[in-house]
Design a protein around this ligand. Structure first.
Ligand code: CA
Length: 490
C-alpha cells in the first residue's frame, strides 16, 4: 500500500534573502525519512529566483508532514514529490501557515514531537499535561533566531569566552579544593565504593561535582522542559535537544522525577553533577542502595553516576589526566595535539620533563600522551593522557578538562601549577576567526572555523610562527594578528 499524505504545513520559514552566487535551486533533505511512523520536520534549503521579482533568493524552510505510512520506500518517493510541489509553492511566494495561533511554529514543533513521544512509550496524558501552554524562552543563550545566521560562538559558554588565567582561576580552585577535601572525608564510604565498584578515582568525581555546581551550592532555576523544548525548537543543536526533551518527558512519565524538581541550566543540565536527561538512562546508578536513583539529593547517587559516565567514556583508574611539563630544547608548543601523541617515555627522550623537576612515575611511562598548551607559551604546558580526553568528553573544552583535572589533583593534596599564567589578553571571537581564516588561507588547514581557541588553532599558529620566523607562542594574540596582516596583506 502506498503512503498517503494526511496534512502538511510550513513549520518554520526563515525570510528569504538575496544571494549573489547565482546557483541553481537546491532542495536538500536535512534528514532522511524514518522508516516507520509519522514523518515530520523535513528541512530543506532552497536557492532560486523569486518568480515575481526575479531576485536571487535563499532560505531555509522546515515543513511538517503528517503521513499515513505503510511502505517506507513509497513514502520516500511520495514525500519527495510533495516536497517538490511545496518548494514551488514557497518560491511562488505563497504564505503557507497552519491554524492561526500565538506561536504556530512552536505549536507545530510540539505537535510534531507527539508521535515520537508516543513511540517511546510516553503517555499522551503526560505529554499533553507537560506541554500545555508551553512557550519558548527566547532569552536563553545559543539560540538561532529566524533569519539570523548562527553566531560564530556561543555566548553562554565561559570555556570559550574567558581568558585561561581567569577560567582556571587559582583562587577559585584553591577554595574548591579545600571544600573538596572536607567532602572527601564526609563521603568517604560512598567514594571508596565508587573507586572499588566503578573504578574511577574519588578525587575526580569530587572535582566534577565542584566544577559543575560548587558542591551543590549552585542551583539552576530554569524549568528543564521549557529549556529543552526551546533549544530543540530554535537552538544551535536542535537534534541533540529534541532527544533530551523526549528523555526528560519520559523521566516525568515514569514518575522518576517531578516536573517541579526538574530545574536545569540554560543548556538543560540538572542535578548535583549537571546530568542530561538521556544520561539518567545511560549511566545513572543507585549508589546509596535505597532503591531509587536521586541525582538531585543523594551525593552518593550523583557521584556514582558521574563516575559511571567517566567509566563509560573510557576512564583508566590511577592514570593522571595530565602532567605539567617543561618542553626542553627540542620540543615546542607547535608539537601540540592528539595527532602528535606518543608514549610518555618518548617525550622524555625528546627532552620533555616534569615542570617541578621530579621524576615521572615509572608506572605511567608507557601511557600515550600529547602536548597541550591551553594558553600557548603564556601559561603551564602539559602532557595529557587518555583520561584528559575522557574529561573533555564530559564537556568539550581543554580549559574545562584542565580545571577539573587540576582541581582533582589539588583535592588529592597536590600543589599549584609551577608555571604561572601570564595575564593573557584574549582576542574577541571575530579576531580569533580572522586568525583562523588567515591560517586556513595560508595552507594551515583548520577543520572548524568557529572563532574558538582549540588545540588545532594553537598548533597551526605555532607552525605558522615557526615557518614565518616569528616567536613560537601558539596563541592568537593581537600581535600575531597584526603580523599576519602584515605578512599576507589585508
Ligand atoms: Ca539512591
Amino acid at each position: 500500500m502506498a503512503a498517503m499524505l494526511v496534512s502538511w504545513h510550513v513549520l518554520h520559514r526563515c525570510p528569504c534573502h538575496k544571494t549573489n552566487d547565482g546557483s541553481e535551486r537546491i532542495c536538500r533533505f536535512a534528514k532522511s525519512p524514518p522508516s516507520r511512523g509519522m514523518v515530520q520536520g523535513f528541512g530543506f534549503e532552497e536557492r532560486g529566483r523569486w518568480p515575481s521579482t526575479g531576485e536571487q533568493v535563499a532560505g531555509l524552510h522546515m515543513i511538517q508532514l503528517e503521513v499515513d505510512v505503510a511502505d517506507a520506500r513509497g513514502l520516500s518517493r511520495h514525500v519527495r514529490a510533495v516536497l517538490g510541489v511545496m518548494v514551488a509553492l514557497a518560491l511562488a511566494g505563497f504564505a503557507v501557515v497552519g491554524a492561526a495561533r500565538a506561536d504556530p511554529s512552536f505549536k507545530g514543533f510540539l505537535d510534531a514531537l507527539r508521535p515520537d513521544a508516543e513511540a517511546r512509550g510516553i503517555s499522551r496524558a503526560t505529554f499533553d499535561r507537560e506541554t500545555r501552554g508551553l512557550e519558548p524562552d527566547l532569552s536563553l543563550p545559543d539560540l538561532v533566531r529566524d533569519g539570523e545566521a548562527p553566531k560564530a560562538s556561543s555566548r553562554g559558554q565561559a570555556e570559550f569566552t574567558v581568558a585561561p588565567q581567569d577560567y582556571v582561576s587559582a583562587k577559585r580552585i584553591g577554595q574548591l579544593a579545600e571544600e573538596g577535601r572536607a567532602l572527601a572525608k564526609a563521603h568517604a564510604d560512598a567514594l571508596a565504593r565508587i573507586e572499588k565498584e566503578i573504578g574511577v578515582d574519588a578525587h575526580v568525581v569530587l572535582a566534577i561535582w565542584g566544577r559543575e555546581t560548587a558542591f551543590g551550592k549552585y542551583k539552576p532555576q530554569h524549568d528543564a522542559i521549557r529549556v529543552l523544548a526551546t533549544q530543540a525548537f530554535t537552538g544551535r543543536r536542535k537534534e541533540l535537544f529534541r532527544g533530551e526533551l523526549l528523555h526528560a518527558l519520559k523521566l516525568i512519565d515514569e514518575g522518576r522525577i517531578k516536573r517541579s524538581e526538574m530545574r536545569a541550566s540554560w543548556a538543560g543540565a540538572m542535578g548535583l553533577t549537571q546530568f542530561m536527561p538521556s544520561e539518567f538512562y545511560s549511566s545513572a546508578v543507585d549508589m546509596d542502595g535505597d532503591g531509587r536513583i536521586d541525582l538531585f539529593g543523594s551525593v552518593a547517587d550523583a557521584l556514582g553516576s558521574a563516575a559511571m559516565q567517566l567509566k563509560l567514556k573510557g576512564w583508566t583508574a590511577r592514570l593522571p589526566w595530565g602532567i605539567e611539563v617543561r618542553t626542553g630544547a627540542r620540543v615546542d608548543c607547535a608539537n601540540e595535539g592528539p595527532d602528535n601523541a606518543r608514549p610518555i617515555s618518548e617525550w622524555m627522550r625528546l627532552g620533555v620533563s616534569r615542570a617541578d623537576g621530579k621524576p615521572i612515575d615509572a608506572r605511567h611511562l608507557a601511557a600515550s600522551a600529547y602536548l597541550m598548551s591551553p594558553g600557548g607559551t603564556f601559561g603551564p604546558q602539559f602532557l595529557v593522557t587518555e583520561n584528559f580526553k575522557v574529561l573533555r568528553a564530559y564537556n568539550t573544552s581543554d580549559l574545562y578538562a584542565v580545571f577539573v583535572g587540576h582541581l582533582s589533583d589539588r583535592i588529592a593534596g597536590g600543589g599549584v601549577f609551577v608555571t604561572p599564567w601570564a595575564a593573557i589578553r584574549q582576542l574577541d571571537n571575530a579576531g580569533i576567526l580572522e586568525v583562523q581564516t588567515r591560517l586556513d588561507r595560508a595552507g594551515y588547514k583548520i577543520a572548524k572555523l568557529d572563532g574558538r581557541i582549540g588545540s588545532e588553532t594553537r598548533l597551526k599558529i605555532g607552525l605558522y610562527q615557526r615557518a614565518n620566523g616569528l616567536k613560537v607562542e601558539c596563541w592568537p594574540s593581537a600581535e600575531l594578528l597584526a603580523a599576519m596582516r602584515r605578512i599576507a596583506g589585508p
